[in-house]
Design a protein around this ligand. Structure first.
Ligand code: AMP
Length: 587
């Protein structure tokens, strides 16, 4: 394999990275030792994420230190010290407690990046309930599906999102006992069947004692998508905090005085593990921006907030590249010292563009909802091979594997392709798919967790992403299950069959594209296409809905009737069709 290498010297590091000697740390590493970096609940009562993220700092020397600075869309700035965050999250935990919400109950939050989301997440963990984030751009259908599968007991949302997306589906979710509303501009709101969160918070006590928490108690439920079936709820436990904390140090190189900005939305796993938990357990300052992507706003934020570590995503980097490096140079970004990226393949040009525009390359890292934390990374101290995801974290054994009839075979030969596998287990490994033990067990073969990604490992142990082994779609960093989209399309009266693929896109990596065949009596037209696009968008939300629809007389299917998305994709891209021996004969 040919690659360029970006070598680093001690002078370029600025701060000595925690992982400056990868081999040495890796060879001595143990998760038991890593756990000792955390405090644990008093009197040996276990391990709780919120204690590590908030309480231990609030009770110690960092009580007055800035934990979260929130930048509102329209210019408001709110500061939350560790002490204040502790008090507010205590209040939220008391709100839940008073409402009879107990250990293990699922508390969903559907909100943009507003302070209440962060307070609800951490307060839920204090109450030993389960925090389940929902992406605020989802339409009513993905929201309904996730609330139903996760058997939501509580939903925290804004008055606007409730009225637009939840009110009409509420009766379809019988488990949902409480809806707590954040009013417009935090003004008290009276909506039938809901309670005003602001009022409840005022009435609640600012004192709360976290109860005994078993490290294996469920803490987080993150929904993700597969090729088939409904969305899957990946279960994470309190013990995951050991990995959040350690990867914050080793993969993102958090040091005490850092100001960190994770641009991911907490509706997805990165925005929770690294947008909420890891910076707080490490006691640093996290910047949260409510606004959506805008290159100039982002550069101004990096400058004005004196960001030193920045964790973002390839789609955003590609959008910045479009507006050019000259724009970046108008800003004083001297404090910036480490740039990282996750979520999709990061093209080598983007890594190098980071160096040209910001003076530092982007450091790609790899992980997924199921792994709970970063597994493979380009560390601050290491020589980067642009295009590679880097090397496994200390404590993580990664390999390229092939499924065989009897189990799994590890591919030792360098640069050979196979499925990326991780040796089970590590603290943030998912402990199940909620209520779907079979789907969970299928992911593990011979002691390895098989990730569903195809990868290669080179002679020096760097991992290179090849593609997905399944049909899930990555669009602007969001993982979309084709089945969820197809299911909505076939609800339309004109649609007989739908097949959904990811169509390559230079910025978003892939866009959702649907192929549709119509029922008798319906004729393809631009008007019907627009109607279907609007129909899907209203139900699924803009991120999940298809951007393109092509009508076909019939869709290619296997003899057992499964739509062959692989073939649809090959035909769309003009690629060889591969093995079509299972293709149903079309009469
Ligand atoms: P999610 O579970 O939504 O976080 O998506 C995880 C998936 O995103 C992975 O299984 C990969 O397919 C993809 N992914 C994440 N990080 C990277 C990366 N650095 N390079 C390539 N693909 C990535």
């Amino acid at each position: 394999m040919a690659w360029t290498t970006i070598s680093k010297s001690i002078e370029q590091w600025g701060t000595i990275p925690h992982l400056h000697d990868y081999e040495a740390v890796r060879s001595h590493f143990s998760w038991e030792q890593a756990r000792l970096d955390l405090e644990g609940l008093p009197h040996g009562q276990g391990l709780n994420i919120a204690h590590e993220a908030v309480v231990r700092h609030a009770k110690g020397a960092r009580a007055a230190h800035l934990a979260i600075r929130w930048l509102g869309k329209s210019g408001t700035v709110e500061d939350y010290s560790y002490g204040r965050l502790n008090e507010l999250t205590n209040r939220f935990a008391n709100v839940l407690h008073r409402l009879g919400v107990s250990t293990g109950d699922r508390v969903f939050v559907l909100a943009g990046r507003i302070p209440e989301l962060y307070i609800a997440a951490l307060g839920t963990l204090k109450n030993r309930s389960v925090f389940c984030p929902l992406f605020s751009a989802f339409g009513p259908e993905p929201i309904r599906a996730r609330l139903t599968i996760g058997q939501a007991k509580v939903l925290v949302t804004t008055s606007t999102l409730y009225q637009r997306k939840v009110a009409a589906i509420r009766s379809a979710i019988p488990s949902l006992e409480q809806v707590l509303i954040i009013g417009e501009d935090r003004q008290p709101t009276a909506i039938n069947g809901t309670q005003d969160l602001g009022v409840l918070m005022q009435q609640a006590s600012p004192e709360f004692m976290i109860g005994p928490t078993n490290p294996e108690d469920m803490a987080l439920l993150h929904f993700t998508s597969g090729t088939t079936g409904t969305p899957k709820g990946a279960v994470h436990v309190h013990q995951a905090v050991v990995a959040h904390h350690m990867t914050g140090k080793y993969a993102l190189d958090f040091h005490q005085d850092d100001r960190f900005w994770c641009t991911a939305d907490p509706g997805w796993v990165t925005g929770t593990s690294y947008g909420i938990i890891a910076p707080l357990t490490n006691g640093i300052t996290s910047i949260v921006d409510e606004a959506e992507f805008d290159a100039e706003r982002w550069y101004r934020t990096l400058q004005d907030q004196q960001i030193s570590i920045w964790y973002t995503a390839p789609t955003a980097i590609r959008m910045m590249m479009k507006s050019g490096a000259d724009l970046v140079r108008k800003y004083d970004l001297r404090r910036l010292r480490f740039l990282a990226s996750v979520g999709e393949p990061l093209n080598p040009e983007a890594v190098l563009w980071g160096r040209e525009a910001f003076g530092h390359p982007f450091h790609d890292n790899w992980w997924q909802t199921e792994t709970g934390g970063i597994m493979i990374a380009n560390y601050a101290a290491m020589d980067i091979r642009p295009g590679s995801m880097g090397r496994p974290l200390p404590g993580i054994e990664a390999a390229v594997a092939r499924r065989t009839d009897s189990g799994v075979e590890i591919v030792e030969e360098p640069n050979a392709q196979g499925e990326l596998a991780l040796r089970a287990a590590w603290p943030s490994m998912f402990r199940g798919y909620w209520n779907e033990p079979e789907r969970y067990h299928k992911c593990f073969v011979g002691g390895w967790y098989l990730t569903g990604d195809l990868a290669k490992r080179d002679e020096d142990g760097y991992f290179w992403f090849v593609g997905r082994a399944d049909d899930v779609i990555k669009t602007s960093g969001h993982l979309i299950g084709p089945f969820e989209v197809e299911s909505v399309l076939i609800e339309h009266k004109a649609v007989a069959e739908a097949g959904v693929i990811g169509k390559p896109d230079p910025v978003a990596m892939e866009v959702v594209k649907a192929f549709v065949s119509l029922k008798d009596g319906y004729i393809p037209s631009d008007e019907l296409r627009r109607e279907l696009l609007g129909f899907a968008r209203a139900r699924l939300g803009a991120v999940v809905a298809p951007k393109e629809i092509t009508f076909l007389p019939t869709l290619p299917k296997t003899r057992s009737g499964k739509i062959m998305r692989r073939l649809l994709k090959a035909r769309e891209l003009g690629l060889p069709e591969g093995d079509t021996s299972t293709l149903e004969a079309v009469s």
